[in-house]
Design a protein around this ligand. Structure first.
Ligand code: FAD
Length: 430
């Protein structure tokens, strides 16, 4: 089939790869000039297959009330006269039950494990350079009670195959000497040796490099204005430059995907959760983390990105519900920078860190939306939220299997557009 993929982020590029391997003739369209210029640009760089627990957790609603009054909080709500924001928040609050949290965590763990397999298969077939490394992740806690809670989750995850260890403060410092500035502050941590890192933007660029000689066409700087429908089925898109025809369309438009479906009466339950990152150049004499660190107190992740091009520390965090602009408010970035520097003062020259803001395409329950859209010929690979880099290789393969009419390796029902937590949010197609 001729398949048009809208979006050249991690979701669109991995879909383009899977579809091409399955024998389809693929065109990728993006309004940006390069692949991976949206949320996939300078994200937290974590391939976090075992850390998939959704934001919608029991107790988050109570904590969020406190955060709303604190300008330095990891999560900030900027209330807007925007029904989509309030609808998303209500759906999100409905998902914050213990039962939902546990069910979603288990479903995402399955998807995460499958994604690890897909990444490793991909790396066996293609020589991709994107600073990929299996360097493990250490989530550190400053509060004994929080550490005890995390140890509970380790027990839940162990039942589903995750290999993780609970470490005391001394063991954390022995494992990662760059944590020195937090000596006396840490309660302990959870170590997952199998976690990986990589540069998502370079990953997208590398997929483009290997796909172009395989016949995939890339149309950059082209905006899909609307769907082209024939007898009710999607058969391409309209653009300023003219129509683009295809036998099927895959929508992988990240946070902007909602706009193409709205005119057709389909409301995707996706809201942009803005986050920020800093990329710090690291020299040999700096004391910078060698493994991935998540600072649970500040909700900040740190990922070392090292390859023949150099060594950098990627720092990412914060969730702002503030609409669709990827703005970089000076105050939020200053907070991120100050907290990161206080934790890792010798990691590099913090005045040289490059800042970035991106929009996580988030669903209320934290699960991506994969599969049929309600419009024949239009397929969805959207809503990857805070885990798009981690999950996209899996969702791309699931989607390809569905398009091909093959039985997917995992049950795709928990990731369908119509599922219990989103049913109320989805209007019937016009
Ligand atoms: C601060 C931050 C840290 C993160 N850290 C991590 C992490 O450590 N690990 C992890 O797994 N995930 C992380 N994420 C999440 C991850 O980056 C996203 O889930 C992922 O990038 C989403 O990919 P996507 O392809 O769906 O969207 P995008 O990368 O945004 O791509 C969508 C593309 O579609 C294009 N597009 C949309 N509409 C149209 C249209 N009408 N016409 C043409 N083009 C269109 C856009 O231009 C864009 O390029 C993080 C996100 C943020 C913001």
């Amino acid at each position: 089939m001729r398949i048009l993929v809208i979006g050249a982020g991690v979701a669109g590029m991995t879909a383009a790869y899977s579809l091409t391997q399955s024998g389809h003739q693929v065109t990728v369209l993006d309004r940006e000039p390069l692949a991976g210029n949206g949320a996939s640009f300078a994200n937290g760089a974590q391939l976090s297959y075992s850390y998939v627990a959704p934001l919608a957790a029991p107790g988050v609603a109570k904590k969020a009330l406190g955060w709303m009054l604190d300008a330095e909080a990891p999560l900030r709500l900027h209330p807007r006269l925007e029904p989509a924001q309030w609808r998303w928040l209500l759906d999100f609050l409905r998902c914050c039950t213990a039962e939902r949290f546990e069910a979603t965590t288990v479903e995402l763990l399955g998807l995460g494990a499958y994604s690890r397999r897909m990444v490793h298969n991909l790396l066996q077939r293609e020589a991709l350079e994107f600073a990929w490394a299996v360097n493990g992740k250490l989530v550190v806690y400053r509060d004994e009670k929080e550490l005890a809670g995390a140890a509970e989750v380790v027990r839940l995850q162990a039942r589903h195959g995750s290999e993780q260890a609970v470490l005391d403060a001394g063991e954390c410092l022995a494992l990662e000497p760059a944590l020195e500035a937090l000596r006396g502050v840490l309660a302990g941590g959870i170590h997952t040796p199998s976690e990986e890192v990589g540069d998502a933007h370079r990953f997208c660029q590398e997929l483009r490099r290997v796909l172009a000689p395989q016949g995939v066409e890339f149309l950059f700087g082209r905006n899909a204005l609307g769907l082209l429908l024939q007898n009710g089925a999607a058969r391409g898109v309209t653009t300023v430059e003219g129509p683009l025809h295809a036998d099927a369309v895959v929508l992988a438009g990240g946070a902007a995907a909602v706009h193409l479906l709205r005119p057709h009466g389909i409301r995707l339950p996706i809201y942009p959760l803005r986050g920020y990152s800093l990329t710090l150049p690291v020299a040999a004499h700096h004391l910078s983390p060698r493994i991935s660190i998540t600072d649970s107190h500040h909700k900040i992740v740190y990922a070392p990105l090292q390859d023949r091009h150099g060594h950098q520390l990627r720092v990412a965090g914060m969730v702002d519900l503030a609409g669709e602009k990827a703005e970089q408010p000076a105050r939020r970035l200053a907070t991120l920078s100050r907290q990161a520097e206080a934790s890792f003062p010798a990691a590099g020259d913090w005045t040289q860190a490059r800042s970035w803001a991106g929009l996580r395409p988030a669903t209320p329950d934290g699960k991506p939306i994969i599969g049929a859209s309600g419009i024949p010929g239009l397929w969805l690979n959207v809503g990857h939220g805070a885990l798009g880099f981690t999950l996209a290789p899996a969702t791309a393969q699931l989607l390809t299997d569905m398009i091909d009419g093959q039985a997917p390796a995992l049950d795709p029902a928990p990731f369908a557009l119509r599922r219990p937590t989103t049913a109320q949010s989805v209007a019937a197609p016009a």
